[in-house]
Design a protein around this ligand. Structure first.
Ligand SMILES: [Fe+2]
Length: 233
């Protein structure tokens, strides 16, 4: 595509998706216009990529094509020169208070829209008494953790109905699958621990989550374990 064409059709990625789904049902512009109420000229312009569809138009078109609005959204690629960079000075930094105490300071590290299932954060662990630590309930993503600095770092996690504790030092790393409740603290107040925690998804991406929510939580559990007969005897 020449630069001039690209300038005239900045939303071509949206247009291509609308065109593809319209082709799939083999409907004319006039047919789509009649049912959705979006003017034929506007539809042509959207398919050419001259204009950006509004959210209301995407909803109308998704309904018309029997797809999700997500199926009409182009892939967001935020890479530049093929990579994504996050400078320390630009990192989003915030404190998290639990039960009235600052438990962690977080720095969001490099993330990309192109790799949505990869979420690295750095944590500074403020607490130094185990009894002050508030554990989380675990999260969907699995987690890789590594001690970056200081320590010892105390790691608490729940398994088999009890809380376990392990002490780690600089360079140590460990992995947990999703939904394991956990927390961290710095046993030595003068040597606060810093860790890198990378949460990541493996095979259950957005499409699978959508399909699981269609099945519902009770039926989804049957995928993992279903001991009963297929029909009532
Ligand atoms: Fe975590």
């Amino acid at each position: 595509m020449s630069d001039t064409t690209a300038a005239q059709t900045p939303y071509l990625e949206y247009g291509r998706l609308i065109h593809a789904w319209r082709n799939e049902v083999k409907h004319t512009f006039a047919m789509v216009a009649k049912t959705t109420g979006i003017a034929e000229a506007r539809l042509r312009s959207l398919e050419k990529g001259e204009a950006k569809p509004e959210w209301r138009e995407l909803e109308l078109l998704a309904k018309y094509f029997y797809v999700s609005v997500r199926d009409l959204l182009p892939f967001d690629n935020d890479l530049e020169r093929g990579i994504k960079i996050m400078r320390h000075k630009d990192a989003c930094k915030f404190d998290q208070d639990r039960a009235g105490r600052t438990q962690y300071t977080y720095w969001n590290r490099c993330m990309s829209q192109a790799l949505p299932n990869f979420k690295p954060v750095e944590l500074l662990l403020h607490l130094h008494r185990r009894e002050d630590v508030v554990m989380n309930r675990g999260h969907f993503f699995h987690q890789y953790t590594q001690v970056l600095h200081g320590g010892p770092v105390a790691y608490l996690w729940e398994f088999g109905g009890k809380v376990h504790e392990e002490i780690f030092t600089e360079g140590d790393s460990w992995l947990i699958p999703g939904f394991v409740p956990h927390a961290f603290y710095s046993p030595e107040p003068k040597n606060l621990g810093r860790i890198l925690a990378i949460t990541f998804g493996q095979n259950i991406g957005s499409d699978t989550r959508q399909e699981l929510s269609l099945l519902g939580p009770d039926n989804a559990a049957r995928i993992v374990q279903d001991d009963k007969e297929y029909y009532h005897k």
